[in-house]
Design a protein around this ligand. Structure first.
Ligand SMILES: [Zn+2]
Length: 300
């Protein structure tokens, strides 16, 4: 089963490669406004935001409400060719030449991706940049302990654990952010990273995410494409949340760990720059070493 992914594609197609290539940091300021792009085949591409355009925002804010334009702008800098290379390293096997275009950023795909391969790709982030091929068993022993069968999962490094650390912190925003799209996925005392996805005509709903313990991907839709009708919250997210809450019951409190190559800094939310004593609206942000921004000049 392969499906369109919608915005659930953004973390693996745009964010992981672009943080790794140092094209963006979590506070890169991008203008979210109607924009006409010229795609690689010289076709005009006019993606839209589903929610109101937010103007000049940081990457973290773009992730919070899943604005589309900023992600296409980043894809322009990254290029779809480079994105596809990363996706294939993360175990996605169903991309083809028709996917090498800017709409890859928003999960507009030719054939689509299976939930299993999607989970393998998200797990690369959760697993500190190391892809591990999904499996359905570990080993099979006889009753006397003789080993019959043992799985051999392919493993490979896709990006550093520092890149994974920064990205994990960024992906908590849909859960922790005031306007987050997955706030109902939070789990008491345990860090949660999550991203929603919706496709054209409301055919597919996704919730992809992970904690320090588990990665889980949920797809919701019909076998044969039909629009999903529902009121309230994303049904894939509600299933994801109830399963994840249950399997985390009684597990010790846990946070995403800070790695050696990552620095934190107090940042001005308005400008995305290092906070000064004059900045009122501040929070703690995570950066690869050497990528901290300049001091805020908006509140001098
Ligand atoms: Zn400021």
């Amino acid at each position: 089963m392969k499906r369109q992914t919608g915005s659930a594609m953004k973390p693996i197609a745009v964010l992981a490669p672009s943080i790794d290539k140092k094209i963006i940091t979590n506070v890169t300021v991008i203008s979210d406004e109607p924009t006409t792009f010229i795609d690689y085949n010289n076709k005009v591409y006019n993606p839209i935001d589903y929610d109101p355009y937010r103007g000049s925002i940081t990457l973290r804010q773009a992730v919070e409400t899943s604005q589309n334009i900023p992600f296409v702008k980043i894809m322009e800098k990254l290029t779809a060719q480079v994105s596809v290379k990363y996706l294939e390293k993360m175990g996605i096997t169903t991309l083809n030449n028709n996917d090498v275009n800017l709409s890859l950023a928003l999960g507009g795909l030719d054939v689509g991706i299976s939930p299993l391969e999607f989970a393998g790709a998200y797990n690369t982030i959760a697993n500190d940049g190391i892809y591990v091929e999904p499996t359905f068993y570990s080993k099979i022993n006889s009753s006397s302990g003789q080993l019959f069968l043992e799985t051999k999962q392919k493993k490979r490094k896709v990006f550093s654990k520092d890149v994974a650390c920064v990205l994990k912190q960024l992906l908590t925003e849909p859960v922790k952010g005031e306007k987050g799209t997955a706030t109902y996925c939070s789990i008491d005392g345990i860090d949660v990273a999550a991203k929603t996805g919706t496709t054209n005509e409301n055919y597919d709903r996704w919730l992809c995410g992970f904690t320090p313990y588990y990665t889980s991907v949920c797809w919701y839709g019909f076998d044969t494409n039909e629009s999903i009708e529902y009121g309230g919250k994303n049904p894939a997210g509600l299933i994801w949340s109830s399963v994840m809450k249950k399997i985390h019951t009684n597990l010790p409190k846990s946070s995403f760990e800070l790695t050696n190559g990552v620095e934190t800094a107090i940042v001005c939310k308005d400008s995305g720059k290092l906070a000064t004593p004059n900045c009122q609206n501040t929070y703690k942000e995570y950066f690869l070493s050497g990528t901290k921004p300049e001091r805020c000049t908006m509140h001098e």
